[in-house]
Write a protein that binds this ligand. Structure first.
Ligand code: SF4
Length: 436
């Protein structure tokens, strides 16, 4: 029977806790559904005796590094309270705030690799910023555990798409296999609750860890409702459909959460909303910031041109100064510098440093003598190989980039694309050696 009342849900969770020894993972985004889910999980654990509270439970929350500031402040505060409450009561519940590594951050992908700001068709961000950090964490834990149960706050009433996806999943004892992680079983304890039932529960009761949910309700009212749920796989509906996401989100037509927070007096949002418009400007290929060839060499809107990436970095650094918020780290800046060296129309390896120097008076560590020596050697080798020195430099930088991230998958394709670019330029310049 479907668990449709709060008490029944807690009882079902308690039974699963006691009778099944697999560890639990709990998706938490800070929104209403996952807050209710976490609250029910805490209550279920509190309802068993101290001696039985042995199951390891990991609360998983993602931070894309471009979260709306007010939302991430609330979420981080909540996670701290959860952790403290768990320790005080020996609940064996740990919290984990998972972030994408710097080489996959929003800015490194856009300003470094030249990815266009995401839209519904090319929504590259969810995988890199949300799904991958969770997958990495879960796989690491599964190495110790073998199998685990992942509780999610997904509800059928959220949307007809969600309802169809959930109804179509095969379940065993109310659990269904994770589509990408076969040793993870998904549980959706609040699957059949309506939005009204969720709010009724949250507003009648303080969370076990002490948060009053009226604050959350106020944020929702200010932000015009909606949330970007924790993403666990690509079949989870687009977080771009909802409105609690990244302040940089260009998947939604209007960022109502940011606008709502500004209207409610959060002045930080004014500059951030304006910058989101800048991202839209750069995405629109008619504005001249994007290459007219795709990464694979085909005709069509391609990556941001180096001039576009430079301009965007300048504007981002300006925004950082204006808002006094840490928006981009030194590590990301170094990665961007590295990536620019292997772009089409590559940078000389000092472009980021020049921008920083000009805008902030900060000097990045690059040695010009060493760079010149390397440049001469590259010219010689390129001549011997019969390719352009720019092409050789791009290829070497690409290999270095992969070496730094300790992976090789995708490298041959990337090198091939660089060679295709070389051929394209040679033909365009009629520099191509005659074939006899
Ligand atoms: S909120 Fe928008 S930008 Fe952020 S991960 Fe989701 S779709 Fe991408």
């Amino acid at each position: 029977m479907a668990a449709t009342t709060y008490k029944e849900i807690i009882n079902t969770l308690t039974q699963l806790y006691v009778e099944d020894d697999r560890p639990w993972l709990v998706g938490f985004s800070g929104g209403k559904d996952s807050t209710m889910l976490a609250s029910l999980i805490f209550d279920a654990v509190l309802s068993v005796s101290d001696a039985q509270r042995k199951k390891p439970i990991s609360i998983l929350c993602t931070d894309t590094r471009v979260e709306i500031p007010a939302i991430s402040e609330i979420v981080e505060g909540t996670l701290l309270k959860m952790q403290k409450f768990s320790q005080q009561n020996d609940l064996n519940i740990e919290v984990n705030l998972l972030k994408p590594p710097p080489e996959q951050s929003f800015w490194v992908n856009i300003i470094g690799r030249g990815y266009p700001p995401p839209n519904r068709v090319f929504r590259w961000c969810t995988q890199r910023l949300k799904i991958d950090p969770v997958t990495v964490f879960v796989n690491r834990r599964l190495g110790h555990w073998g199998e685990a149960i992942l509780h999610l706050g997904a509800r059928r009433a959220e949307s007809s798409t969600r309802s169809q996806t959930m109804a179509g999943r095969e379940t065993r004892n109310s659990l269904c296999r994770h589509p990408d992680l076969p040793r993870v079983w998904i549980s959706n304890p609040i699957e059949f609750l309506t939005t009204e039932e969720v709010w009724a529960y949250l507003l009648q009761k303080t969370n076990p860890w002490g948060n009053d949910n009226r604050i959350l309700y106020k944020v929702y009212t200010n932000a015009s409702n909606g949330e970007c749920p924790i993403q666990i796989d690509t079949s989870t509906p687009a977080c771009g459909h909802s409105r609690f996401g990244c302040w940089t989100c260009t998947v939604v037509e209007r960022d109502k959460a940011s606008e709502g927070l500004l209207a409610a007096g959060d002045e930080r949002m004014e500059n951030l909303i304006e910058f989101r418009e800048t991202l839209l400007e750069f995405r629109n290929h008619e504005n001249g910031w994007r290459d007219s060839r795709r990464m694979n060499g085909n005709e069509g809107p391609g990556p941001l041109l180096i001039k576009g990436r430079r301009e965007l970095l300048k504007r981002l650094l300006k925004l950082q100064e204006e808002t006094n918020m840490m928006l981009i780290t030194s590590e990301e800046l170094l990665l961007i510098q590295q990536l620019w060296k292997s772009a089409r129309d590559p940078d000389d390896g000092r472009g980021v440093s020049r921008i920083l120097n000009k805008q902030r008076g900060v000097v990045m560590n690059t040695d010009p003598i060493e760079l010149n020596r390397l440049r001469e050697m590259e010219e010689e080798v390129a001549q011997e190989l019969g390719i352009r020195s720019d092409t050789l430099r791009r290829m070497l930088n690409k290999v270095e980039e992969y070496g730094e991230s300790h992976r090789a998958h995708g490298l041959p394709d990337d090198l091939l694309n660089i060679l295709k670019d070389d051929l394209y330029i040679m033909i365009a310049q009629e520099d191509f050696p005659a074939i006899h």
